[in-house]
Ligand binder design. Structure first.
Ligand code: GAL
Length: 294
């Protein structure tokens, strides 16, 4: 059994950063993810030693709104089913403005029919973030998502579309706040979600889960020399439940690639008991495995 990673918060509260991202910025580790307590939606934790984590900012339903993006819906509450959930938040830094842009998946409570992207921006990674609203990228449904910045600074979003059948990659504008164009449609009708896109030694890598909600399933990966085409057939990694986890993010620590996955509680009631899994990610000639070498 792969052990859960349960990061310790400095003030003894449980860390809520589900569907999250770990990144290194300004000399600190940041752990960003879903925090559904009360009116909270996304929390940002910070650590110097990767052991104790301090919550530095929480994006809530009361966030200030930036209405300057026409065609977006800036309501954070309301809708047919009540309040919104903001899932799988990921932060990317714009190469033009230097601003931090948080991209999220927008839905109303248990109803997944909205299938929208949402975004917010801030001058500092620790906020405050201004909500810029939700929309469907180029009119497409958009659920599980991730962000990726290429070596040339170009930022992308990858998200599930067409009721989770297909994964779309979109290039963002230089301010990382708008979707410019579709770069690729990957694995049509294969129902892959929880995408994580990263690049190592000139090769693009994609890891994904299958679509079984918060129940874990077999992770699969692919690789390609270009983002737009040439992706290899999907290959399984981990075990049939990806060691009881679903991909959230890949990051580099001490020169090594690390896999961050969610070990979800399994349903809506146990969501708040969800923990995390961190494992070394081994990569050789495009082949991916997680966990220590046997
Ligand atoms: C999963 C998805 C999670 C969450 C969950 C809800 O498929 O990856 O982010 O949306 O479904 O059931």
């Amino acid at each position: 059994m792969v052990e859960s990673w349960e990061p310790a918060a400095v003030n003894d509260e449980k860390v809520h950063a589900h569907g999250g991202q770990i990144l290194h910025e300004n000399g600190f580790w940041y752990f960003i993810g879903e925090d559904r307590r009360g009116r909270s939606r996304v929390s940002i934790y910070r650590s110097r030693d990767f052991i104790s984590w301090e919550r530095r900012y929480t994006f809530t339903l009361d966030a200030a709104v930036d209405n300057s993006f026409p065609g977006r819906d800036t309501t954070l509450e309301g809708g047919a089913c009540g309040r919104c959930n903001l899932e799988r938040p990921k932060i990317i830094r714009s190469r033009r403005s230097g601003r931090y842009v948080m991209w999220m998946h927008f839905e109303y409570e248990n109803d997944y029919r909205e299938a929208r992207l949402a975004s917010a921006w801030a001058d500092s990674i620790e906020g405050p973030y201004f909500y810029t609203g939700s929309f469907r990228p180029l009119g497409n449904m958009s659920r599980d998502l991730n962000v990726f910045t290429d070596d040339d600074g170009q930022a992308y979003i990858i998200s599930t579309t067409d009721d989770n059948r297909t994964l779309n990659i979109y290039a963002l504008d230089d301010d990382a706040m708008s979707v410019r164009e579709k770069t690729a449609s990957l694995f049509p009708s294969r129902y892959r979600e929880a995408p994580v896109l990263f690049k190592k030694d000139g090769l693009y890598h994609l890891i994904t889960s299958g679509c079984t909600g918060w129940k874990p399933n077999q992770g699969m990966y692919s690789w390609s020399h270009t983002l737009s085409e040439g992706w290899n057939e999907l290959v399984p990694f981990g075990d049939s439940t990806t060691f009881d986890s679903q991909p959230a993010s890949v990051f580099e620590k001490d020169g090594k690639l690390m896999y961050l996955g969610d070990r979800w509680g399994g349903d809506r009631e146990s969501y708040f008991r969800s923990t995390y899994v961190i494992l070394p990610l081994r990569l050789e000639d495009g082949v991916i495995e997680i966990g220590d070498e046997k």
